[in-house]
Design a protein around this ligand. Structure first.
Ligand code: FO1
Length: 327
């Protein structure tokens, strides 16, 4: 391919940021210096919430911090070397949630964002402004400018914000279903549909299929854009050897009646030639035996190492995804 390729990645938080780092590294390795012109990341905002008067965007921030190199790689969220003075003070006031930590540096991000939202900027404009501080090497777009949070409905009908279910209860309360109130009326953020339509490759990061990729493709217009783009759509399995790589996606999959297997997640996304989302599915070497079953779904499968445990492996996976899309 001559010129700058246009790559779109759909991504959630931790798995999403590692994958985006890998794609950025793979683009650089191909001699593309201006990766920001090549790489657009459509980020899940279904995890977002208001807390203590500020707007939190956990997946947006995880990806921003990771691309900037200021993320806490141990915890997987928040800023490296952050302190918790303000959080202690909030606890003393009985404000916020006692089981949810807002780091001091991280709070600076939330305050800046909230101020700009209050000034009348849209979430897309806020994210654009936030992208100037560091050389991220990617353009970040929220999936929508609408506030579409995720609600977990339990078997007994109780309703919890996703963050309470995930962080406080560590996904131990059996969910009956997940809801994104307001998503039916939401529109994709400006630039999302255009980026997908004009892309040379669309990549689905190995993020949680239910609460990260799920909300993005639930925004009316995104699924149609994925189905109609002339770009190949390549997904990366978040399941390796029948286990989630990180996080609690298995509980989410069980709740919607999908097995925790690479084939079942491929089936959830479906083949583009049969009205679904995928042309190609990258499967882990551990799941090689499932390749024929994926092919039976109408999806081409490629077996590749999917562990993203260091920068070299992230870059190799990014390169594998670009190769799969013939970029
Ligand atoms: N995750 C936790 O497990 N505990 C926390 O106290 C916590 C605080 C937090 C603050 C800001 C932020 O952007 C993310 C935070 N996370 C925390 C991560 C987050 O709850 C989830 O991991 C993601 O939403 C899932 O993608």
């Amino acid at each position: 391919m001559s010129g700058t390729p246009r790559i779109v990645v759909l991504a959630g938080g931790v798995g999403g940021s590692r994958f985006v780092l890998g794609v950025r590294a793979a683009l650089r390795a191909r001699g593309i210096d201006d990766t920001a012109a090549a790489l657009t990341v459509v980020v899940n905002t279904g995890d977002d919430l208001w807390l203590s008067g500020v707007r939190l965007q956990p997946d947006v921030d995880s990806i921003t911090y990771a691309l900037a190199g200021v993320n806490d790689t141990e915890r997987g969220w928040g800023r490296q070397g952050d302190t918790e003075r303000v959080n202690h003070e909030l606890q003393e006031w009985g404000a916020g949630w006692p089981w949810f930590t807002l780091g001091d540096l991280d709070l600076g991000t939330h305050l800046a964002r909230t101020g700009w939202l209050r000034d009348g900027l849209t979430p897309t404009q806020v994210l654009e402004r936030m992208s100037h501080r560091w050389d991220l090497g990617a353009r970040l777009l929220p999936m929508t400018d609408a506030e579409v949070d995720t609600v977990v409905v339990l078997e007994d009908g109780a309703r919890l914000h996703f963050q309470e279910w995930w962080t406080r209860h560590r996904a131990t309360l059996a969910p009956a279903r997940f809801e994104n109130p307001g998503v039916e009326a939401a529109s994709p953020a400006p630039g999302v549909v255009e980026a997908i339509a004009d892309a040379d490759a669309v990549l689905l990061a190995p993020s949680n299929p239910v609460v990260s990729i799920g909300p993005i493709v639930s925004v009316p217009g995104v699924r149609d854009a994925l189905r109609s783009t002339s770009a190949p759509v390549v997904g990366v399995s978040p399941i390796v050897g029948g286990k989630v790589v990180r996080g609690m996606a298995d509980v989410c999959l069980t709740a919607i009646g999908v097995d925790t297997s690479a084939v079942a997640v491929a089936g959830l996304y479906g083949a583009r030639e049969r009205g679904g989302l995928l042309d190609t599915w990258l499967l882990a070497e551990e799941d090689e035996a499932a390749a024929a079953e994926v092919a039976g779904l109408g999806i081409r499968s490629l077996v590749r190492p999917l562990w993203m445990t260091d920068a070299a492996r992230q870059a190799a996976l990014g390169a594998a995804a670009l190769d799969a899309a013939e970029v």
